[in-house]
Design a protein around this ligand. Structure first.
Ligand code: 13P
Length: 253
């Protein structure tokens, strides 16, 4: 069975003190090793990258990420952070194309493609987020839409590069306070479509959007799902630890 990636983006939350407390609690809980079959990851705000790296330590089993990075290595791009800078701060994963960035910050299929390439060029793991709106879902076009987003961002990659990419399917209608949890039945077809194209070719096919302690086990049971990408439920450490337990039980079953 594939390794189950279970991680959280903190989005725009947490002070340094809160980041330290969460990361320190996770470090102490894991005591040097991830649960068998599970790859934990955490994606703080840029401000907390070095703090979390310091708390987790260099050899942590928890991968550390950033929520965005520019495609250029350096230059006159005010307000941006490059992949080499993220790497220098201790990041191993670059989240790319979250729907909140597509909606509010002009992320496009083309910029996601450039950012995936930049992450790979510097040896980091691109975590590519894809997902359709409620309107697209209602028109019956979910699978075609997300396949197109993925194909655009991954265009031109060889199989070895593709094998280093993690894809997170996060339907916009299921994300955040305004979202509603997806049912397993709603996710079967999109994951069948993603699985047909990418299963066994990428490092992970994750689900994200209103993952909680009640639905996590069922979501992990969907064919082709190899992990969970979580917001709110994991912002409290207890919630994240419980998700790791659920994933470990799934991996052991
Ligand atoms: P929620 O789990 O809070 O719905 O957020 C999901 C998400 O956007 C993770 O990237």
């Amino acid at each position: 069975m594939s390794t189950l990636w279970v991680g959280t983006s903190w989005k725009m939350t947490k002070t340094l003190a809160e980041a330290e407390e969460w990361a320190g609690g996770l470090r102490d809980h894991l005591a040097g090793s991830a649960p068998a079959g599970v790859q934990p990851f955490v994606i703080p705000s840029f401000t907390a990258t070095t703090t979390v790296r310091g708390v987790l330590g260099e050899d942590s089993p928890v991968l550390l990420g950033v929520q965005n990075a520019h495609w250029e290595d350096a230059g006159a791009w005010t307000g941006e952070v490059s992949v080499p800078q993220a790497k220098d701060a201790g990041a191993q994963v670059v989240e790319i194309g979250h729907s909140e960035r597509r909606e509010h910050f002009g992320e496009t299929v083309e910029t996601t493609r450039l950012k995936v390439a930049a992450a790979l060029r510097h040896g980091l793991t691109p975590l590519l987020c894809i997902g359709e709106s409620a309107e697209v879902k209602e028109s019956g076009g979910s699978s075609a839409f997300i396949l197109e987003q993925a194909a655009g961002a991954l265009a031109g990659l060889g199989e070895e590069e593709l094998a280093r990419v993690v894809i997170a399917y996060e339907p916009i209608w299921a994300i955040g306070e305004k979202g509603r949890p997806a049912t397993v039945a709603e996710l079967v077809d999109p994951f069948a479509a993603l699985g047909e194209e990418y299963s066994g070719r990428v490092a992970g096919l994750l689900y994200g959007g209103s993952v909680n302690l009640d639905n996590a086990a069922d979501l992990l049971g969907i064919e082709h799902v190899t992990g969970l990408f979580v917001g709110r439920t994991a912002w409290k450490l207890e919630g994240y630890l419980e998700l790791l337990r659920i994933a470990a039980a799934h991996a052991a079953a």
